[in-house]
Design a protein around this ligand. Structure first.
Ligand SMILES: Cc1cc2nc3c(=O)[nH]c(=O)nc-3n(C[C@H](O)[C@H](O)[C@H](O)COP(=O)(O)O)c2cc1C
Length: 194
């Protein structure tokens, strides 16, 4: 059995990203994996650092406490074998709320120096995109997004990591319907195989 912490960022429960999240959670249940979910928009997660948080992270007030919402998020991550991020690609990156999640949750002492770097067995980034993977590849955005997420934000904090783009959601008709079904089946399979 694997215990998974899922971080989801999207303001609406009606789009394709939600379908991907639901397929993924269904796959976890099929396999008997347990999970916790941080639905950042539903939680009203604050993405901006306060001045106190900034001063802690910049070392000016290194002994300042970590805010309660961040300590709670770190506790969910600390007991999970696998971390999963489900979000739509917006302007070649994650939504601002998830970017702010990294700004605030990756604190000194939890995500980097001096010690105690959090380590998961695996980190899986699962994002939806309007462009196809081929289009994102041709523009250079695929590699840019992968590098930022896996090399920088995940880095050595997970022993393995995987970046999956479920692209082409700007499509329509029969072609998109077929692709959508394939993407949802893939999301469920990724969950089952953790
Ligand atoms: C503000 C905004 C910015 C977007 N930027 C991109 C982008 O840079 N690249 C891309 O492939 N798709 C982009 N899209 C399309 C979304 O990735 C796509 O609509 C989403 O993955 C579909 O999921 P949803 O139905 O849950 O919103 C953007 C959409 C929005 C609303």
């Amino acid at each position: 059995m694997t215990h998974v912490h899922v971080v989801h960022a999207h303001p609406s429960a009606r789009g394709f990203t939600r379908e991907v999240l639901d397929a993924f959670l269904g796959g976890l249940a099929d396999a008997g994996h347990t999970h916790t979910l941080s639905d950042l928009d539903a939680m009203g997660f604050r993405s901006e650092l306060t001045r106190d948080e900034y001063e802690r992270e910049s070392g000016r007030r290194a002994d300042a406490p970590v805010p309660d919402d961040i300590a709670a998020e770190q506790a969910r991550l600390a007991v999970a074998d696998v971390w999963v991020f489900v979000y739509p690609v917006w302007w070649a990156d994650c939504p601002a709320r998830l970017k702010g999640w990294f700004d605030r949750v990756w604190t000194v002492g939890f995500a980097y120096k001096p010690a105690g770097i959090a380590v998961a067995r695996k980190a899986l980034v699962l994002c939806t995109a309007g462009y196809t993977v081929a289009e994102l590849d041709a523009s250079g955005c695929y590699e840019a997004m992968r590098t930022v997420m896996l090399t920088d934000r995940i880095g050595a904090r997970a022993r393995t990591s995987e970046f999956v783009v479920l692209g082409g959601s700007a499509g329509s008709g029969e072609e998109w319907a077929t692709l959508r079904d394939r993407h949802l089946a893939r999301a469920a399979e990724l969950a089952r195989s953790l």
